[in-house]
Design a protein around this ligand. Structure first.
Ligand SMILES: [Zn+2]
Ligand SMILES: [Zn+2]
Length: 473
């Protein structure tokens, strides 16, 4: 009975942990490593386990840093079931097909640039690998227990991070020894728009917990909404456009939701709102269908709108021509486009046109990694380069801190704090600094904490069983 850390140990991306019990090997997540110069090479490296020998994967949610290497696992011989919940199952094709297309385009580009003698560069995986992967997905409903194999039972609970995000409970039994493992997945903020709060647990024998913002406190949500409203008011007065780089899954839907919620008080009817991302449009349609996962306020709001989209002045820009048509608008447009950190995608075309205009407002809603164009803009670089063209930067820049999809230190402590027995914690999915800061706070409330590292193994039978009756049922 063993747990081994492989990815997102000592860093944020590449979530992947291995559980060995009852003669089976399971993976929790199989995520892509993102950011950093060596990410590409690391994603291509051999797994430290035999993909063919794995029995199953349990997937926490449809973000690439959690599911992005599943097609690679399948390409390398994995044929077992991939368990997750239904909403995550619906989002997976959108995300993975996009990822495969990017990988195929990237390989093509690099093959064009390489010297004649070098070998052909294969894409990390292809759309065909993704198709095979999707066939293996076995969705669960939330809150139901499922026996995966004799001696291994799983249940997924809402993690409140994006639609279809889960915390995973795993009960394992071997030679009459039973243990309950709890994997937080990525945890959302409490009281975030649309989604339910993260499920609170009362017991476990060992906890794997994310620590992305273990050293940060977010700005208050209400203050953030007020700030967004004020930016839109000021933008209308200045007579320019508003450009919002946003991730396709999660943030884009949250923004549309806030526009709909404040339709009257923010006087939204005078704008034309463009969702300029085929992937965000698909994800929004899936969000729209899953009202079973909404919180009270969102259900109420959803009931007031008969059709998707919930905004009468929302324009869904699916094709490249739809996107180009936005260019003619000099004022009155709110443009949501990806990528979220301005590393590619349609947002670049809009920034190229708008960044030099004083009356334009650029609104960031998420973390901007070092080295990205988004970061350069947030840091107010005077000159930026887009598609090789230098632009004198003049637009006004705003960062909305409170819209993060991740809980902050208070949220994380609240989530863990509901377990009175204080089971041992292994921190994952965080830069070392933030994991260490969270560890200090967790120890103050009586937890035994380890910041995980790749290759670290935990013998589960050696842990005291604290979960008691819950470990059995
Ligand atoms: Zn996530
Ligand atoms: Zn993540």
């Amino acid at each position: 009975m063993e747990l081994e850390f492989f990815g997102a140990a000592g860093e944020v991306t590449g979530s992947c942990h291995i559980v060995r019990a009852a003669d089976r090997q399971l993976l929790l997540d199989c995520g892509m490593i993102q950011g950093g110069r060596d990410a590409q090479a690391r994603n291509r490296m051999a797994f430290p386990f035999n993909a063919q020998a794995l029995d199953a994967v349990v997937l926490s949610h449809a973000h690439l840093d959690h599911c992005g290497r599943l097609p690679l696992l399948v390409q390398r011989g994995f044929r077992g079931p991939i368990y997750t919940n239904r909403a995550c199952r619906d989002l997976l094709p959108v995300l993975l097909k996009d990822s495969a297309k990017l990988a195929e385009r990237d390989a093509e580009r690099r093959n064009r640039q390489r010297d004649g003698g070098d070998e052909d560069i294969e894409p990390l995986y292809t759309v065909a690998d993704v198709e095979k992967t999707l066939e293996l997905v076995r969705p669960f409903a939330y809150d139901e227990k499922h026996t995966l194999f004799p001696g291994i039972t799983a249940r997924v609970r809402d993690a409140g991070h994006i639609l279809g995000s889960s915390s995973i409970e795993l009960w394992v039994e071997e030679a009459s020894v039973r243990r309950k493992l709890l994997f937080s997945g990525d945890l959302g903020q409490y009281e975030s728009p649309i989604l339910l709060d993260p499920h609170e647990f009362h017991s476990a024998d060992v906890v794997l917990m994310e620590s992305t913002y273990g050293n940060r406190l977010h700005r208050d949500r209400d203050a953030t909404e007020v700030e967004l409203g004020e930016i839109l008011m000021a933008a209308w007065r200045d007579g320019g456009n508003v450009v919002i780089p946003a991730f396709a899954i999660g943030r884009s839907q949250e923004l549309l939701y806030l526009f709909a919620k404040h339709f009257k008080d923010w006087r939204m009817q005078r704008w034309r709102i463009f969702l300029d991302s085929p992937m965000a449009i698909e994800a929004s349609e899936i969000y729209w269908r899953h009202e079973d996962r909404y919180d009270e306020e969102a259900r109420h709001l959803r009931a007031g709108f008969g059709t998707m989209p919930p905004l009468p002045n929302l324009v869904l820009a699916r094709t490249a021509d739809d996107s180009k048509a936005i260019n003619a608008m000099r004022r009155g447009a709110i443009i949501i486009a990806g990528s979220g950190m301005c590393t590619g995608g349609r947002i670049l075309h809009h920034l190229k046109r708008e960044a030099g205009r004083r009356e334009c407002q650029i609104v960031f809603t998420g973390f901007q990694a070092p080295g990205t164009l988004g970061r350069a803009i947030v840091d107010r670089s005077e000159k930026i380069r887009i598609h090789g063209q230098q632009i004198e930067f003049a637009a006004q820049v705003h960062t909305l801190g409170g819209l993060s999809a991740h809980g902050d230190q208070h949220d994380l402590l609240r989530w863990y704090g509901s377990m009175a027995e204080r089971p041992p914690v292994y921190l994952v999915h965080g830069e070392r600094e933030s994991a260490e800061a969270l560890a200090v706070e967790l120890r103050k409330i009586g937890a035994t904490v380890t910041v995980s590292e790749p290759g670290l193994k935990v013998e589960l039978a050696n842990l005291p069983s604290r979960a008691g009756q819950d470990a059995v049922d």
